[in-house]
Design a protein around this ligand. Sequence first.
Ligand SMILES: Cc1cc2nc3c(=O)[nH]c(=O)nc-3n(C[C@H](O)[C@H](O)[C@H](O)COP(=O)(O)OP(=O)(O)OC[C@H]3O[C@@H](n4cnc5c(N)ncnc54)[C@H](O)[C@@H]3O)c2cc1C
Length: 305
Amino acid sequence: MHPLRSLILAAAGNDAIRRVVATAPVSRDVVRRFVAGEQTADAIAVTRELVASGRSVTLDHLGEDVTDADQADQNVRAYLELLDALHAEGLAAKAEVSVKLSAVGQKLGERLALANASRVCAAAEQCGTTVTLDMEDHTTTDSTLRVLAELRRTWPSTGAVLQSYLRRTFDDCKALAGTRVRLVKGAYAEPESVAFDEHETDLSYVRCTNALLAGDGYPMFATHDPRLVRIVAERARWYDRKPGTYEYQMLFGVRPDEQRRLAREGETVRVYVPYGSQWYGYLMRRLAERPANTTFFARALVSHS
Ligand SMILES: Cc1cc2nc3c(=O)[nH]c(=O)nc-3n(C[C@H](O)[C@H](O)[C@H](O)COP(=O)(O)OP(=O)(O)OC[C@H]3O[C@@H](n4cnc5c(N)ncnc54)[C@H](O)[C@@H]3O)c2cc1C
């Protein structure tokens, strides 16, 4: 892993750094680029704009690694409020939600996470949309896939996320290829024992792309990497996949011109839109991915403090 990336991911877990970054005025500008805002209404406003421009959306209420049941319950309620608002605004056909199990109690036990995720899935179904379970660090992969399998017994369209940096993922792709799967590179600092280096991660992404396109499921290719976007397009043709039988996904604020270009070409493009007050960990992962952003951010922080 890039040394700067490891450093930023380590800083993400440091309370003193968290306090400085979270309260610095410049944070607001950087945050606004990647996060829709803190309230449900902010998330709805951004969703409306994206949908009007021909893109689909998946919304993430920020707030991971919850360690008490009340907080987990509050996160569930935030999703229920959001789903009602999407339905009321007529946006549910184009906007789904992404849920991190650690935000709904996975650290307190798998049963609680399953019960809470079920509440979100039931509400999503009533509102006419779906849920995708985000994937977190590798210590949670088995548990998340078990919860996913349980949820799919009632809500078969619940989306999975698989990370190409994990050595295990090609096998997981083959197992889940008939279903709705988002393929990402992976965003957490993982040990070499379980994860590939950057080059191998890209090769793994291509192998997994093939496995997912060869199946009869609905793959969702979440990457900003121009080379991988080209390869996905080429492989989709090889496998005779028509636009609409798979989709591209990108993050809010990242490569918006490319998002619009793909949408203009008739591809389904879904934008991952995070919102909520707990934006710090999310922002750090975005900065870690792009050293250029980090340098800009660090300079701005120093000059404002
Ligand atoms: C919709 C979505 C959902 C995700 N869900 C999860 C999840 O559940 N679990 C998880 O672990 N990770 C998730 N991720 C994050 C993912 O794992 C990667 O960390 C993240 O997408 C960065 O990898 P990349 O494939 O975009 O390529 P990178 O290796 O970060 O970048 C490759 C190239 O893409 C281009 N690029 C990247 N960023 C920019 C930019 N800001 N501006 C211009 N060009 C850029 C550059 O050319 C760069 O060299 C998700 C990502 C997306 C898009």
